[in-house]
Design a protein around this ligand. Structure first.
Ligand code: PMT
Length: 404
């Protein structure tokens, strides 16, 4: 997950209802504040039975509004001011009762009243017993909320506090965080654009047990996919072997070999506005893959593996590039980085190329950061300082946006 202060200056309002999952919200608040957000919390009276307002106050460093019917003067003003203050509002855990109230225009406590006055995006994460969740009234109320533009974050299935197993578990904190980021932190300058990005290492089988691969973790491509989704693109991630979780909300196509990646990319090329190839593709594969495990002893293994060349996917995409499509490559070298990058930029018909060196500390394979030099078709060169792979992704997307 990203560590950059992408929520700097953002106001996140969280409405907590009375459910056992309320205990997960302090962790969410902690993550939001680490990303730079200011967080304020409204609790229903029953939420305060599960987690004390003091917990939320300590985590958010802000006073917590509990249902304040006993203080009508302050209440009248505060629900409006909190509604105006919010850049995004999340109701989590959202109970059947609160969902019902908001869907039916009932505003009889601080939380439901504020929800009605908010003009910023509203996210609602239900959590309840499976039968209550599946009840027709709850489902209709959720549909009503969706129709009105509320983003409903579906609950997970699993073992519930009431002892049942089924759907109704609050979505994980990572999911809530991801949706808050998506709703509030980025302009949607890629809305309506289809973007394909490749990530990770290809894997070339020697036999059913062994393979040839490389050290790519997939982090660079995954951060591009994540940033593009948060900026509104419809993202397809063609994903080789990676050590990271793939981001939510992107269509992921898992592949193993370079030939599978070739097929996945070329079959989708025409429908894409942007293609970014951050994967580390094996240039060679074993000429033959043994059907059975190669034994140490015996004639089957002769001490050498004959290799043959894989297709150059990016070169093919460059050759068949539809007009208007933006094609971006990466270049990874251990020597003559810029010279080689310039050759690849031209030979593969790219709009620009991001060159990174394996020899630099905190760059290239597996690091959370990268140091990239961007080479353009017009001959310009921009050397970016070392920064998180997420920030590199943002820079590259800014460039793509300017080309589109
Ligand atoms: O995944 P990480 O651990 O985060 O590491 C990120 C990275 C170092 C893998 C990434 O930043 C990177 O540099 N990716 C490209 C690595 C690479 O294969 O570079 P290359 O110079 O060999 O290839 C040039 C370009 O052609 C690349 O866009 C590559 O995807 C593409 N290519 C290469 C060979 C091939 N057969 N088909 C291709 O499409």
């Amino acid at each position: 997950m990203i560590k950059d202060k992408v929520l700097d200056g953002k106001h996140v309002l969280i409405g907590v209802c009375g459910g056992i999952a309320a205990y997960k919200i302090p962790d969410l608040i902690s993550r939001l504040t680490k990303l730079g957000a200011e967080v304020k919390v409204i609790m229903t009276k029953s939420a305060a039975e599960f987690v004390t307002p003091l917990t939320f106050q300590s985590m958010s460093h802000n006073p917590v509004a509990v249902d304040l019917f006993s203080e009508p003067v302050a209440w009248e003003i505060r629900h409006i001011s909190l509604a105006q203050w919010a850049d995004v509002m999340l109701i989590a855990p959202a109970t059947a009762n609160m969902i019902g109230k908001i869907a039916n225009g009932i505003a009889d406590d601080m939380l439901s009243t504020t929800a009605m006055a908010v003009r910023a995006p509203v996210l609602c994460a239900p959590a309840m017993n499976t039968a209550m969740y599946e009840n027709a009234a709850t489902q209709e109320n959720l549909e009503t909320l969706k129709r009105r533009g509320v983003l409903v974050i579906d609950p997970d299935s699993g073992h519930l506090a009431c002892g049942d197993s089924g759907k109704g578990k609050l979505a994980p904190v990572e999911t809530l965080l991801d949706e808050i980021l998506c709703a509030s932190a980025f302009s949607k300058d890629f809305a309506g654009k289809k973007l394909m990005v490749t990530a990770g290492a290809t894997v070339e089988a020697v036999d059913p047990v062994r393979f040839l691969t490389n050290h790519s973790s997939g982090k660079m491509g995954i951060e591009i996919a994540r940033a593009a989704r948060w900026r509104g693109a419809e993202v397809t991630l063609v994903c080789g072997a990676v050590s990271e979780e793939v981001p939510r909300g992107v269509k992921t196509v898992h592949i193993q070999s370079a030939r599978e990646m070739f097929e996945a990319c070329t079959s989708r090329q025409k429908e894409m506005d942007v293609i970014i190839k951050a994967a580390a593709v094996a240039d060679f594969r074993p000429a033959q893959t043994a059907e059975h495990k190669i034994k140490k002893e015996g004639a089957e293994f002769c001490g050498e593996i004959r290799l043959e060349q894989n297709p150059d996917i990016l070169a093919y995409l460059g050759e068949h590039k539809p007009s208007g499509q933006i094609l971006v490559g990466f270049c990874m070298e251990t020597q003559n980085l810029l010279e080689n990058a310039r050759k690849k930029l031209e030979r593969k018909n790219l709009d620009f190329i991001a060159a990174n060196s394996l020899t630099e500390l905190g760059a290239g394979f597996a690091a959370d950061t990268n140091t990239v030099t961007v080479l353009d078709r017009d001959g310009s060169i921009e050397a970016l300082p070392n920064m998180s792979k997420f920030c590199v992704a943002q820079h590259l997307l800014d460039r793509v946006r300017a080309c589109l």
